[in-house]
Design a protein around this ligand. Structure first.
Ligand code: CTP
Ligand code: MG
Length: 258
């Protein structure tokens, strides 16, 4: 079938999607180099519980999610399976564990390969965003169910952003090339939500290095929409992010106590 005659995946009738089963792929196979030496990032503790378990619970908290596929560090699939067995998770959600690859993109693709056929909607969520609120997850699922082939949660930027000509040597001054209008920029988070066939096609077609899944769908020329993200969906990347994550957890415990 030529591209012209392919049925447009730009919009699907909302009522055909309302009951489509939804799965989440959680890439968790990274080392966490920027966090410093230690266990793989997803297995490090936050409030005494591995970051990955927080992320899995955050996804399973959504009533729309019926399967979570965890993409484990290549040598850590058994450890991840034991972790999932050892922690209380909702009964309505199934879990699968597959070993990951050497890039995030490869890890996501390995997760997609493991999906049973009935899941027509797929979310991709970084294990490194353990504290995303369930409302954000639901907002992404709702937008895909309403017909968008690709949905990303995002927040406005606090800092002005400069585009530069990167210096050859770290620390050297870098010439500024442009200053994009801040009001039109968004910082993108996960979970990102997709029509499954669209995401599979993107992963089968786009070979460039990308840092998120939606940009692969953009490269196919398809519509990607943004829904409101949340400040607590930040990515744990550097040591200071762990301090922030512990503080968010402490605030939640305090609020739950009253
Ligand atoms: N990830 C993955 N497989 C890889 C690399 C990354 O599944 N080969 C996952 C990470 O586990 C993380 C998510 O992709 O949940 C986002 O990546 P990032 O925050 O960059 O995590 P790391 O790659 O682990 O961190 P760093 O880049 O600092 O090493
Ligand atoms: Mg990385």
């Amino acid at each position: 079938m030529s591209d012209e005659s392919r049925p447009s995946p730009t919009r699907q009738a909302p009522d055909t999607r309302a009951n489509t089963p939804t799965a989440v792929v959680i890439p968790a196979a990274g080392r966490g180099v920027r966090l410093g030496p230690g266990a793989p990032k997803a297995l490090r503790a936050l409030g005494g519980t591995p970051m990955l378990i927080h992320a899995v619970r955050a996804m399973a908290a959504s009533r729309g999610v019926s399967l979570v596929v965890v993409v484990a560090p290549p040598d850590g699939a058994d450890e991840v399976k034991s972790l999932l067995d050892a922690h209380a998770l909702p009964e309505r959600t199934d879990f699968l564990v597959v070993p990951g690859g050497s890039t995030r993109q490869e890890s996501v693709r390995l997760g997609l390969d493991a999906l049973p056929p009935e899941y027509g909607i797929v979310l991709v969520h970084d294990a490194a965003r353990p504290l995303v609120p369930v409302d954000t997850v639901d907002a992404v699922i709702d937008a895909v169910r309403e017909g968008a082939p690709a949905v990303v949660p995002a927040v406005p930027l606090a800092d002005t952003v400069k585009q530069v000509e990167p210096a050859g040597t770290p620390g050297e001054p870098e010439p500024v090339v442009a200053t994009p209008e801040r009001a039109r920029l968004r910082a993108v988070q996960t979970p990102q939500g997709f029509d499954r066939a669209t995401l599979v096609r993107a992963h089968g077609t786009v070979t460039d290095d990308v840092t998120d899944d939606a940009s692969m769908v953009e490269q196919l020329g398809l519509e990607v929409v943004v829904v409101p993200g949340h400040e607590e969906a930040f990515k744990v990347t550097r040591p200071l992010d762990l301090v922030l994550a512990e503080a968010v957890l402490a605030r939640r415990r305090l609020n739950d106590g009253f």
